[in-house]
Design a protein around this ligand. Structure first.
Ligand code: NAP
Ligand code: GCO
Length: 268
């Protein structure tokens, strides 16, 4: 048990897998991990997007390892994890980042649409964690960081499947903690607030008259920080949860939301 010092945040010698890490939040977290010394592995659903991701990492000065794998497909995930273990090494840090959202009123959503969101946002973190945990147990250590959401705690119109999935991901986080904490595996989550990425671009589009999107104005009013988050805001919390500085933090959902969850909102 090493005592706390500046190196407690180092990720030197660690292998990190960030699912869906070609861009957005996953890319930002992977970039931070690389800056702290980790070897970066990421996946996307086709070679074109993996190649785009590799080019983006290279431009950022990061020699990443990219793999084609649909995180909802257990065979593809198992093959990817085995290849990473052969080519790079045992995965020390797993970030279950890949995710989708469909904004449709619940009674208008088809079962297929519902299932597709649950599949990527909840079933996939189970599939990938199940593939990675055995070797973490053999190694005697491991870090799993699930990317939850405000919707792990709150509902809102049109995001029923996403909220159900992210609520489930919160409890999967706590259950992995409960089952594998004794193997020195820490499973935590980051719950980003509203972050400016391609996923939320439709909520921030300028209106025809040049005014801000109503939802954009709503989020600014609901956030004590009075701004959208950036992917940079997530880097420090992600490094903390991947490092030995958080070895006694387990089953925790770290909300990085500018204060949204603490705030009832301004009197009109
Ligand atoms: P994003 O820009 O849409 O990126 C999502 C990534 O996941 C993309 O690289 C996407 O690849 C990948 N992906 C989707 N389905 C996949 C699959 N089946 N297999 C492999 N990769 C897949 O989203 P983001 O804003 O960066 O969000 C990343 C995570 O943070 C998600 O879990 C999201 O729910 C969560 N989150 C986002 C916010 C926010 O405000 N942005 C807030 C809280 C939580 P493709 O391009 O190939 O689809
Ligand atoms: C939405 C947004 C949110 C964010 C994020 C908030 O439509 O409400 O997409 O769900 O993506 O999950 O934490």
């Amino acid at each position: 048990m090493t005592s706390f010092n500046r190196n407690s945040f180092s990720l030197e010698g660690k292998v990190a897998l960030i699912t869906g890490g070609s861009y957005g939040i996953g890319f930002a977290i992977a970039s931070a991990y690389a800056e702290y010394g980790a070897e970066i592995c990421f996946n996307d659903i086709n070679q074109e997007l993996v190649d785009k991701g590799l080019a983006a990492y290279k431009e950022a000065g990061i020699e990443a390892h990219g793999y084609v794998a649909d995180v909802t497909d257990e065979e593809q995930v198992k093959n990817m994890v085995q290849t990473i273990e052969e080519e790079v090494g045992t995965i020390d840090i797993l970030v279950n980042n890949a995710g989708i959202i469909k904004r449709i009123p619940m009674i208008e959503m088809t079962v297929e649409q519902w299932r597709s969101v649950i599949d990527v946002d909840l079933n996939a973190p189970f599939i990938v964690s199940k593939a990675v945990i055995p070797r973490m147990m053999e190694k005697g250590q491991g870090k799993i960081i699930n990317i939850c959401s405000m919707m792990s705690e709150l509902g809102r119109e049109t995001v029923s499947a996403y909220a159900a999935a992210k609520g489930g991901l919160k409890m999967l986080t706590r259950n992995i903690c409960s089952e594998y904490g004794s193997a020195n595996i820490q499973c935590n989550a980051i719950g980003p607030g509203y972050i400016a990425t391609p996923q939320t671009a439709p909520l921030r589009e300028r209106q025809a008259d040049g005014s801000r999107h109503p939802f954009d104005q709503f989020i600014i009013a609901k956030t004590p920080a009075a701004r959208w988050g950036t992917t940079d805001d997530l880097k420090g919390p992600a490094v903390f949860l991947a490092s030995s500085a958080s070895d006694f933090v387990n089953g925790h959902i770290l909300y990085v939301d500018g204060g949204i969850l603490a705030y009832i909102g301004k009197q009109p």
